[in-house]
Design a binder for this molecule. Structure first.
Ligand code: ATP
Length: 235
């Protein structure tokens, strides 16, 4: 059984239909990437799954129906959304932002162990614990956002555009870290504009076009498809 199974998900913003009849399945232990042009509905799909917008359809996570549940309830159950724009608290320190990531948890000793794990993944975050988060560089803020999401102990991490606006070298680093996080046992649903990198790191891919699923399949196969190359890989 997939860790997350979404069937026939639709979201409207007022009169605007953002996604229609989207279905996807994220297998336990894998990375699924959701790619597509600007405005195709990728972020909206993540928001629907994490309870940030109202949606119709059905979603099963870890064997239970979850559509309509609040984001904080879902975080406690292990479904954690790291949003586009990062959502860090600029006036708080890096350490305080990290603490917020763990606020739903009560297992204090495990939190300390997870902090150490996060510091190993993101040494730069550890160096800047006392700095206010708003003064971090864009890349550092992205790392802090992912670090904070990991402190909620996700079973499934929803990552929205983690490479957006980063210098090429940092993009490589972010994708290496995404792979490492996955290898440590976290299942990932990755939204990316950088289809080239996303298809390299993911096991499975879903392509959204104007709010519906255009195609899906193993990432390695989609990376070879002429239509995908032409539309999303720039050759
Ligand atoms: P991008 O890659 O540019 O971030 P996306 O694939 O993530 O795009 P969404 O952000 O999900 O796309 O947007 C899908 C559609 O829904 C777009 O037409 C967008 O204008 C619209 N939309 C998104 N958020 C809202 C909102 N809060 N109110 C009204 N319309 C919205």
């Amino acid at each position: 059984m997939p860790l997350l199974q979404a069937d026939n998900i639709s979201v409207k913003y007022g009169a605007i239909s953002a996604i229609r009849g989207v279905s996807l399945a994220v297998e336990q232990g894998q990375i699924l990437t959701l790619i597509g042009a600007n405005g195709a509905g990728k972020s909206t799909t993540l928001r629907a799954l994490s309870g940030m917008v109202r949606a119709t359809g059905s979603v099963t996570f870890d064997g239970q129906p979850i559509l309509g549940q609040r984001p904080d309830t879902l975080v406690k159950r292990g479904l954690v959304h790291c949003p586009e724009g990062r959502g860090i608290f600029a006036n708080m320190t890096v350490a305080e932002n990290l603490e917020l990531g763990a606020y739903v948890r009560t297992d204090r000793e495990q939190i300390e162990a997870d902090l150490q794990r996060v510091y190993t993944l993101f040494p730069r975050v550890k160096e800047r614990l006392k700095q206010s988060a708003g003064t971090l560089s864009g890349g550092e803020q992205q790392m802090l956002a992912i670090a904070r999401a990991l402190l909620a102990r996700p079973k499934l991490l929803l990552l929205d555009e983690p490479s957006l606006g980063l210098a090429p070298q940092l993009v490589q680093t972010i994708f290496r870290i995404i792979r490492e996080i996955n290898q440590q046992g976290v299942t990932i649903l990755l939204v990316e504009q950088n289809a080239h990198m996303a298809l390299q790191v993911a096991h499975h891919a879903v392509v959204l076009e104007t709010g519906t699923v255009a195609t899906s399949g193993p990432a390695s196969e989609l990376a070879k498809s002429d239509a995908i190359k032409k539309a999303y890989l720039g050759h």
